[in-house]
Ligand binder design. Structure first.
Ligand code: PMP
Length: 431
């Protein structure tokens, strides 16, 4: 029997490329067609056929307080009654900026915009302008949005689609991007030694989360900081995923490293489109209208998004939230790991604070080449079984799972039971 989701998907294919408005939403890596979401409640997503899923995608990161978190919904509704966009500054923009700086004092000044892509694109432009150099160093499997500069050995949807780069990006642009293996100090060192004088910035996901989760090895981020200092280039932390999730002050707080620029998004907007780039005041003052670096946006600092962001950051003010998220993550990952051990199926779980992902491989995963060893055919089966059991995990083996404060012990227990049923079935098929 055809479901409503299937009917809508089929119709969408006619009009929307691939039927989705962001490639990671398609089920191209796991087979089948995506369900159409109708509403979210706490840790659950309900599709247009009325099917209920425990959600570990959580809008790909923003919904750390769960779907339809009441204070956020209420503040958005109130703000909407006052007007949805003004094209003039509002008090909320300042209030949100203050809340960000309270948590991340190394952000002396920041500019609000609408997407993580814009934040990273602007950070690169600022770094190039501030240093008078062109080259940006990034790491294989990290994703910094879809601006031309970063579509080289990128993670997220490009990893899922097996694409090393994007068509339509001039070579002249990517000639100024160097992508190096994550967590490999020797290659960064060598690269900086040979070309340090031409490098504007090193941009890094301080905890990589777009090739699956890959934490930095001890000393990696410190070394990047030292190399940037020595060679006079900027260190950019792309904290679009880690910001406000890994700690109130993000990975910079956790690892006690001060980046020159930070890119924020996702949680910052409380589920509405909002992002920011911020950091050293002298660099940020290069932005128009003060300086020569142009950046703008009709809907930047949108009043609904900033209202949602304020309610989100206020909702995250209780530090206990972070220990709860971590405990839940440990409980879930430990039980899953135990089950895989019992059924003797290779599994590596990378986890740090409340960020984690599963790799179906025997080897430790510390970089993109390691992540690519995960058994994707196995992942597709795993995904489909969980989905049929009412559990929605990212439809790609290269993405992080997200827990929220709305997830319950019962959600975790149901997930673990579903994983066990999958393993029993898989084993009984003799595979
Ligand atoms: N940086 C990182 C680390 C991301 O994970 C993402 C999106 N997943 C982006 C940048 C781009 O953000 P957006 O999708 O809002 O453009």
């Amino acid at each position: 029997m055809t479901t409503e989701s299937e009917r809508y998907y089929k119709k969408s294919l006619d009009l929307i490329p691939g039927g989705v408005n962001s490639p990671v939403r398609s089920f191209s890596a796991v087979g089948g067609s995506p369900f159409f979401a109708a509403r979210g409640e706490g840790s659950h997503l309900i599709d247009i056929d009325g099917r209920n899923y425990i959600d570990y995608v959580m809008s790909w990161g923003p919904l750390i307080l769960g779907h339809s978190f009441k204070p956020i919904v209420e503040i958005i509704v109130k703000a909407a009654h006052r007007g949805t966009s003004f094209g003039a500054p509002t008090k909320n923009e300042l209030e949100l900026a203050l809340l960000v700086r309270e948590r991340m004092p190394w952000i002396e000044k920041l500019r609000l915009m609408s997407s993580g892509t814009e934040a990273c694109m602007t950070a690169a432009r600022l770094a190039r302008a501030a240093t008078g150099r062109n080259i940006i160093v990034k790491f294989d499997g990290c994703y910094h949005g879809h601006s031309d500069t970063f579509l080289v050995q990128a993670g997220s949807g490009l990893a899922t689609g097996g694409l090393p780069a994007s068509s339509g990006v001039p070579e002249a642009v990517t000639a100024n991007t160097i992508s190096l293996p994550y967590n490999n100090l020797e290659t960064v060192d060598a690269c900086m030694k040979s070309g340090g004088r031409n490098i504007a910035a090193i941009i890094v996901e301080p905890i990589a989360a777009n090739m699956g989760v890959v934490p930095p090895v001890p000393g990696f981020l410190q070394k990047l900081r030292e190399l940037c200092n020595f060679h006079g280039c900027l260190l950019i932390f792309d904290e679009v995923i880690t910001g406000f999730r890994i700690a109130p002050g993000g990975a910079a707080q956790l690892f006690k490293i001060k980046p020159d620029l930070v890119c924020l998004g996702k949680i910052l907007g409380g589920g509405l489109p909002l992002a920011a780039v911020g950091g050293d005041a002298g660099i940020m003052e290069q932005l128009a209208p003060l300086g020569p670096v142009y950046q703008a946006g009709t809907l930047s600092g949108n009043p609904l998004s900033t209202a949602a962001g304020i309610a989100m950051l206020q909702g995250l003010a209780d530090a206990h939230i972070y220990s709860q998220l971590k405990q839940y993550t440990i409980a879930l990952t430990t039980q899953i790991a135990e089950l895989f051990a019992v059924y003797e199926i290779p599994l590596r779980i990378n986890m740090i604070e409340s960020l984690f992902s599963l790799f179906f491989t025997t080897e430790e995963v510390v970089d993109y080449s390691g992540a690519r060893k995960t058994d994707m055919a196995f992942f597709a089966k795993f995904f489909q079984k969980l989905l049929s059991e009412g559990i929605f995990v990212p439809p790609s083996g290269y993405e992080a799972w997200f827990v929220s404060t709305a997830h319950t012990h019962e959600d975790l227990a149901s997930t673990v039971r579903a994983v066990e049923r999958f393993l029993i079935e898989f084993k009984s098929e003799g595979k």
